[in-house]
Write a protein that binds this ligand. Sequence first.
Ligand code: OAD
Ligand code: ZN
Length: 254
Amino acid sequence: MNEKEKLQISDAFRKRLRNADNVLFFTGAGISSESGVPTFRGESGLWKKFRPEELANFDAFLRNPDLVWNWYQFRRKIIRNAKPNSAHKAIVEFEKFFADVTVVTQNVDNLHNRAGSKNVLELHGNIERNYCIECGKRYDYVEFPEIETVPKCEKCGGKIRPDVVWFGETLPMEIFREAERKAAQADICFVIGTSAVVYPAAGIAYRAKEFGAFLVEINPQVTDLSSLADETFHEKAGTVLPALLERLKEEMKK
Ligand code: OAD
Ligand code: ZN
């Protein structure tokens, strides 16, 4: 599809769009790839070049805090220089058309918030926030200088870590429960830019489907979820979502 082409959608999807109240956007790293933020899996994914067991778990942090801290500083730098793209922005505009729009994201890049989405549930935390591993003191949106060593808590001297969920850690339970609740209520669930293989997060899409949501997948690649989707767009989110928004505007005029 090029930008001028009209997006083809099924009648069933059109009907759902017209009648939906509760809409859920479940997003993964792919939605931010057009902003220049690397994804995790696939040929140019982060996990091709870096080993998660050395970087994204608590034991690694205790063993080698500076290495882990620097890896997050490196990613923060990419994210700070990145801007929300047309997909993040389109999701914000969808809020005008439905009673309840929730974004459930696996991303830690803060780009949905920066785009202006109102209800964002971050299942894996947010790389812009930090906390002390000893006393829990929060260091939200503090700009740590480009240091090579992990910063120490001003209250207790403990090490400060990014507020992201590492392998082996549990998801923030209240947020996950809320995401499950929204999934169960959703009339439409968009699954965007995720390989949908990391649990329990991926379960959100399955739960939405199980409770009757119309499942729409937007991903250039086929995933484990594709066969379950009611509508699939195997194209980039930055192309499909703005085109879909245009379709929606036309529908609502009718
Ligand atoms: P992945 O890297 O596993 O998957 C990214 C998906 O985005 C792939 O299916 C791509 O095909 C798709 N994609 C790429 N470009 C796209 C575009 N322009 N538009 C739409 N889709 C596109 O990322 P996630 O599924 O988010 O966990 O990974 C899940 C979790 O694994 C992450 O949250 C992270 C990682 O380990 C933690 O940090 C806890
Ligand atoms: Zn502390």
